[in-house]
Design a protein around this ligand. Structure first.
Ligand SMILES: Nc1ncnc2c1ncn2[C@@H]1O[C@H](COP(=O)(O)OP(=O)(O)O)[C@@H](O)[C@H]1O
Ligand SMILES: [Mg+2]
Length: 275
């Protein structure tokens, strides 16, 4: 059995016996992680040595000024980018040491990604969008198209969109689109959700409903949730807040930064008030 699949069984056993919130098993360990971007001859060093540990079942808000490297860190944690130095370990496995197949299995099965821009395919129905991860697991799974479709429907029901299964994304409100994106992230039963400003395009009430959904996925399903955010309410909801600043990661929020960012223009341009 691949180690990640074996871990999933172990995870289920631990959760079944103790309840998901009581697990203190370490899931993420980052040590001395450094990341630079090169543009021509220019080198922009973004992360100068980040250390982070996250336990199975935690809900962590990641805050910090714009451009501080929050998305960069999230991409590394999710195995979307391995062009860094230092250690990023998930369940004791160094992501740098995974083969390409192991890495793509990790991204597909263990991580659910949710972004600010919902990234739905306009020509597909909600059900088809949610079932997309099945396409990437071809050869890995024996699920038929009918089974994938049924599972997609169940995930849409899980996020409160039972009546939108066959709708096209462009007929949905912003909040509904983000629910479809969350259903898609849930399709392969991830252990961890990595969310990059998931309420950034939503009005505050809709954003709150989306946050409640993440809270519930963490509480009831035991999914570890990491959310990059400018939204001070997420920090209130999260069990823990960490801050990326000056290339390092610190425990706790810095209120001044959070407020300053929340009133900035970056995430405010395209508020979708049509909840
Ligand atoms: N693909 C890239 N190429 C070059 N520079 C990048 C790239 N992605 C991000 N950066 C730069 O890295 C810094 C951190 O970016 P990012 O991680 O997106 O910050 P945050 O999410 O905290 O706003 C910024 O200065 C940004 O311009
Ligand atoms: Mg970002």
């Amino acid at each position: 059995m691949p180690y990640l699949a074996r871990d999933r069984v172990l995870h289920a056993t631990v959760c079944g016996a103790m309840g998901p919130r009581l697990s203190s098993r370490r899931m993420i360990r980052v040590r001395g992680m450094e990341k630079s971007y090169r543009t021509g001859k220019l080198v922009n060093k973004v992360l100068h040595g980040v250390d982070l540990e996250v336990s199975d079942g935690e809900f962590v808000a990641i805050v910090g000024p714009s451009g501080s490297g929050k998305s960069t860190l999230l991409h590394a944690l999710g195995g979307l980018d391995r062009d860094y130095t230092g250690l990023v370990e998930i369940d004791g496995k160094d992501l740098h040491k995974l083969s390409d197949v192991e890495l793509s299995n990790y991204r597909n099965r263990d991580v659910g990604f949710v972004f600010q821009a919902f990234n739905l395919l306009a020509h597909l129905t909600c059900r088809e969008n949610v079932a997309l991860p099945a396409q990437f697991s071809r050869g890995e799974t024996t699920a038929t198209a009918a089974e994938s479709s049924k599972r997609a429907q169940a995930m849409l029901e899980r996020v409160g969109l039972a009546d939108k299964v066959d709708a096209q994304p462009n007929t949905l409100s912003g909040g509904q689109k983000q629910r479809v994106a969350i259903a898609r992230a849930l399709f392969n039963t991830p252990r961890m959700m990595l969310c990059d400003e998931p309420t950034g395009n939503l009005d505050s009430k809709t954003g709150e409903q989306i946050l409640d959904l993440f809270r519930e996925l963490n509480d009831k399903d035991g999914i570890t949730v990491l959310i990059v955010t400018h939204d001070p309410r997420i920090s209130e909801l999260a069990g823990r807040t960490v801050r990326v600043e000056d290339g390092h990661l610190y425990e706790g929020a810095d209120d001044e930064d959070t407020v300053q960012d929340a009133s900035g223009t970056e995430a405010d341009d395209s508020k979708d008030t049509n909840a």
